[in-house]
Design a protein around this ligand. Structure first.
Ligand code: NAP
Length: 297
């Protein structure tokens, strides 16, 4: 007999399958449900119990993990169940990607139907689930997270509780994605410029990786500046950055590749310099990012 806590997983797409498989591997009695029931078969073969309905899935375990396409799909599945008392006393952990507003609304919905709610965001692909480095972010009542932490931590060694505000997991999620896209766009621009000179992207990759690590080391210091609202420039001023940005625009033009991204980066810095931040460090541009778009003084 397993002494591990029973868990239900609703949604057996690529990610939900990996979640359920991990709970099963770790010896948790695992109940599963999916709109397309056939996707449950490999998990049932490994010992999962297939619920006959969403209501049966919800009542099978005190801890119910949901991972489907989006929050509309979560509502489509759970709204009919909410009308009964199936959700009473359950802990609902929603690992579906979404917005902070969606998470807060979902928390209110769950509370109205007798469930406690944790919102979550997964920062790895399905293959990373269950590994030591996998990051799974949670937000919502800390006591609820701690009560189920040992089970939830099985999904990722770097599982973290961010705070009581249910919206935090999605806000961190999109912030990390934005960071990733910024870095990748810079890499692609470099690969295009160098590619036009006959340099393979693979030849650029080692220097690109080293440079990403160098910039990563600056983040802590810049974060302190942002929190203090002071932007000294012991390394390089925004004026200096702006001049170098011009070089990238020029190099891109000469290479005959897109100038869209470097011109956008340059335009941001030029606005910040025009606002009087030229002698300050790069983090002074936070003032621009904090203003709503089109709301310049
Ligand atoms: P997926 O393979 O496309 O699976 C989608 C799941 O949602 C399936 O179980 C599907 O059911 C279900 N679904 C979609 N619309 C539905 C509806 N209207 N009613 C009921 N069920 C519905 O996607 P996934 O990769 O598992 O992603 C699931 C969530 O994890 C998403 O929010 C995604 O952003 C997030 N995520 C994914 C990754 C990743 O690398 N895959 C990484 C981080 C976060 P059927 O099987 O019946 O179609």
């Amino acid at each position: 007999m397993s002494t591990a806590a029973p868990v239900t997983v609703i949604g057996l797409g690529l990610m939900g399958h990996a979640l359920a498989e991990t709970f099963l591997r770790e010896g948790h009695p695992t109940t599963v449900w999916n709109r397309t029931a056939a996707k449950a078969e490999p998990l049932v073969a490994k010992g999962a119990a297939l619920a006959g309905s969403v209501a049966d899935a919800v009542t099978a375990s005190p801890l119910v993990v949901v991972c489907v396409l989006d929050y509309d799909a979560v509502h489509a599945l759970l709204d009919p169940v909410g009308d009964g008392d199936a959700l009473d006393g359950r802990v609902l952990v929603n690992l579906t990607s979404g917005t902070s507003e969606g998470a807060r609304e979902m928390a209110e919905w769950a509370a109205r139907h007798g469930a406690t709610y944790l919102d979550g965001a997964i920062l790895t692909d399905p293959g990373g689930i269950g590994t030591a480095d996998a990051v799974v972010l949670h937000s919502g009542p800390r006591a609820v997270f701690e009560a189920h932490e040992s089970t939830l931590r099985l999904l990722g060694g770097a599982t973290t509780h961010l705070g009581e505000d249910h919206g935090l997991a999605s806000l961190y999620d999109v912030s990390v994605l934005g960071l990733m896209w910024g870095i990748l766009n810079g890499f692609l621009q470099g690969a295009a410029v160098l590619g036009a000179a006959g340099v393979d992207a693979s030849a650029f990759a080692p220097l690109a990786s080293t440079s990403i690590r160098t910039v990563a080391d600056w983040v802590g210091g810049y974060a302190e500046q942002i929190d203090k609202g002071e932007f000294p420039a012991p390394d390089a001023t925004l004026d200096t950055h702006l001049a170098s940005m011009d070089h990238l625009v020029h190099a891109s033009e000469s290479a005959g590749v897109s100038t869209e991204f470097p011109k956008f980066v340059k335009a941001l810095a030029a606005r910040s310099v025009a606002d009087g931040h030229g002698a300050e460090g790069y983090a002074a541009m936070i003032e621009l990012f904090r203003k709503p778009s089109g709301d310049r003084e």
